[in-house]
Ligand binder design. Structure first.
Ligand SMILES: Nc1ncnc2c1ncn2[C@@H]1O[C@H](COP(=O)(O)OP(=O)(O)OP(=O)(O)O)[C@@H](O)[C@H]1O
Ligand SMILES: [Mg+2]
Length: 304
């Protein structure tokens, strides 16, 4: 049987970044693969992220059924990304979603999202969005510090079954868990945390939604999640951060996304009146700037 190597140009795009024009070419090399395997991988269904610019980085969106962890420090924009994913999903793509909040009460989330013109209350009334208040879950854990693992898991399972029922009732295909560590608030024992995350992971697999989960990164910890466990529930990981250059900029990179040929570049993003928007890759020099820098030197050399 003859073996063939394929070289396929997956995407070729132009970005306007800063003052210059950047041309970015993504190449994927498939060594010695058979046609039917390729066809299968090309056919992975995509779910639009609702974030301008991000679909292009992910070959069209999140792989359908993916469980994507958004990791980042406080105020990096995780919750807004999640809200945008659900809101755009419900209003633009006709895909209902469920938001599970373990951090801030749903009324706070609704009020914050309304700042972008995203009326979650209306979508809830129209049965396009479901809201699960899991904040009490952590309060319970807080009160009963000495609670046994069995009773923690009992409470957790009843909350998760509420999520499952809501997903089924709405026919939701999008799910957000904001945040994962919120389920283990005040739990210090790593084994208990593992059990908690295992339960959540089982639910996520069971419902089969395309899911965004958030976790926090503690500065200086060297980890990409709060406990170093959360990423094992995920089929994709995106890391958000704030960096101080001449001013503070927001950036994101896709650390992993199964079934997806993606850039590992940092991408700048903004949070504006319309929500989150991805800008150009950071650290890729603009073509026009390179020409300006290199052309004179080439000329000088040719004179010698
Ligand atoms: N209406 C708005 N317009 C522009 N920027 C906003 C607006 N609302 C919030 N922000 C910015 O977004 C940040 C909060 O974003 P978000 O709540 O998504 O962060 P987060 O990563 O979820 O934080 P946490 O870890 O505390 O949950 C604010 O600190 C602010 O910088
Ligand atoms: Mg948040």
């Amino acid at each position: 049987m003859s073996r063939v190597s394929w070289l396929e140009v997956v995407a070729c795009r132009c970005y306007f970044y800063g003052s210059g024009l950047v041309t970015l070419v993504l190449l994927s090399v498939f060594p010695a693969v058979e046609r039917d395997i390729m066809a299968e991988s090309v056919a992975i269904e995509r779910v639009h992220t609702g974030i301008p610019g991000l679909d292009h980085v992910l070959e069209g969106g999140f792989p359908k059924g993916a469980r994507v962890l958004l990791a980042g420090g406080a105020g990096c924009g995780k919750t807004i990304c999640c809200g945008q994913y659900l809101y755009k999903g419900a209003t633009r793509y006709g895909e209902p979603g469920v938001y599970v909040s373990t951090e801030e009460p749903p009324q706070e989330f609704r009020a914050n999202m309304l700042r972008f013109g995203w009326d979650f209350k209306k979508l809830e009334a129209e049965r396009k969005i479901g809201m699960v208040d899991a904040v009490y879950q952590r309060v319970e854990t807080e009160i009963a510090e000495q609670e046994s693992l069995q009773s923690i898991l009992y409470n957790l399972r009843s909350k998760l079954s509420e999520v499952k029922i809501l997903v089924e009732q709405l026919g939701a295909t999008r799910l957000v868990v904001d945040s994962l560590p919120g389920f283990g608030f005040r739990v210090t024992d790593l084994n208990t945390l593992r059990e908690i995350f295992l339960e959540v992971g089982l639910l996520l697999k069971d419902v089969g939604c395309t899911t965004l989960m958030t976790t926090e990164i503690v500065e200086g910890s060297g980890l990409i999640s709060r406990y170093g466990i959360e990423e094992f529930l995920a089929t994709g990981v995106m890391v958000l951060s704030l960096v101080r250059q001449s001013s503070v900029i927001r950036k994101v990179y896709v650390r992993k996304m199964r079934g997806t040929s993606h850039s590992l570049n940092d991408f700048a993003f903004t949070i504006g009146r319309e929500g989150v928007e991805l800008k150009g890759p950071i650290g890729v020099r603009s073509v026009s700037r390179q020409r300006r820098l290199h052309s004179p030197r080439r000329k000088r050399r040719s004179r010698r």
